[in-house]
Design a protein around this ligand. Structure first.
Ligand code: HEC
Ligand code: HEC
Length: 282
């Protein structure tokens, strides 16, 4: 093979190829570094390394960190027909005995706790309780407090405890709507979400508009508990929500919104003092 002589047709072809390649490179860089970052909403001013990652299609660092946590699945619980059938066989009467022995001290005899750090369980969805107990036992949810109480529970124990608490009357009547007017921004966030920021309506998964399997009921929950959980989901400290359904929403909320949503669901009127959910006896 001989190289093309200067001025030959072959030489001109090289020049065309090189210019075409250079033009393609410039166009790709413009799309990758300028256009894509500009249209990727919610990514605030990426540094050069993030820009390079995103331009060549690698996940950015925050996504990588989430994926590292998600090296394991978020939860061992899957909503298969077998799980649903297991829950359907829940024995609430047996659950009463188990609860009295090891749960009532913190969660209250009636499933309504008298301390904002202990969640109310009365009237909670059985699927949610069952899943959380499983996640505490597997360590998918931080077992620091709950770990010792679930370690010796069998699947059937968890099922029966869930059936028991689900059967108890909820802590607080569903009064939130009466407390907040229809144009209250927190109520609007709960009922309609914020599509511009990719926040789906809380009510679409947590009720009353719709129910996602094992999305816990929020109405009448302890304000302090709701706030701590939203913060933990936003930071990724809690990461047992399947497909990051809840983390992706919590991350979008401002600290102020977290505070006001917690108050809204706890039934505290807008601007109301940090009162706790009433605890009708322990
Ligand atoms: C020493 C106090 C204590 C005892 C006893 C206890 N819990 Fe808990 N429980 C907590 C705390 C605190 C949390 C909040 C999560 C956390 O901080 O770990 C929690 C969370 C939960 C949750 C998650 C609720 C939600 O909405 O996600 C469930 C379900 C639960 N406990 C059930 C039980 C059951 C059933 C028992 C008895 C077998 C029990 N707990 C015993 C303190 C306790
Ligand atoms: C796409 C459905 C979906 C939407 C929309 C949603 N959530 Fe959730 N949320 C879930 C699921 C599912 C869980 C349970 C995660 C798990 O399995 O641990 C959850 C858990 C929570 C928890 C933890 C409660 C507990 O008892 O531990 C809080 C608090 C919460 N969501 C608040 C909200 C708020 C406030 C909004 C609206 C801004 C919202 N969620 C919107 C699905 C949703």
């Amino acid at each position: 093979m001989t190289a093309g002589r200067p001025g030959s047709s072959r030489d001109r072809r090289y020049a065309v190829w090189i210019s075409a390649t250079a033009a393609l490179f410039v166009a790709a860089a413009a799309v990758g570094f300028v256009w894509l970052p500009a249209v990727q909403a919610g990514r605030s001013a990426p540094d050069l390394w993030d820009a390079i990652c995103s331009a060549i299609g690698l996940p950015a660092r925050d996504v990588q960190a989430a994926a590292a946590v998600a090296g394991r699945p978020a939860s061992d619980v899957a909503w298969t027909a077998a799980t649903q059938q297991l829950l359907a066989r829940g024995n609430a009467a047996r659950g009463v005995t188990l609860a009295a022995a090891s749960c009532s001290n913190c969660h209250g005899r009636t499933g309504v706790s008298d301390d904002a750090i202990f969640p109310n369980l009365a009237g909670q969805s059985a699927a949610s309780i069952y899943k959380q107990l499983q996640d505490f036992r597997s360590g998918m949810r931080d077992p620091a407090v709950m770990g010792v109480y679930v370690a010796s529970l069998t699947d059937d124990d968890m099922r029966d405890l869930a059936a028991h608490y689900a059967s108890l009357p909820e802590a607080v009547a569903r009064t939130t709507d009466a407390l907040a007017s229809a144009d209250d921004p927190t109520r609007r966030l709960a009922e309609f979400g914020d599509p511009m920021r990719g926040i789906a309506a809380c009510a679409a998964c947590h009720g009353p508009l719709g129910f996602t399997t094992a999305a816990p009921s929020l109405q009448g929950q302890q304000r302090g508990y709701l706030e701590v959980q939203l913060q933990a989901l936003a930071s990724g400290r809690r990461h047992n929500d399947i497909s990051a359904q809840m983390r992706s929403i919590a991350r979008q909320l401002t600290p102020r919104e977290i505070d006001s949503l917690a108050a809204y669901y706890a039934g505290v009127p807008p601007g109301g003092v940090a009162s706790q959910t009433s605890a009708p006896g322990k």
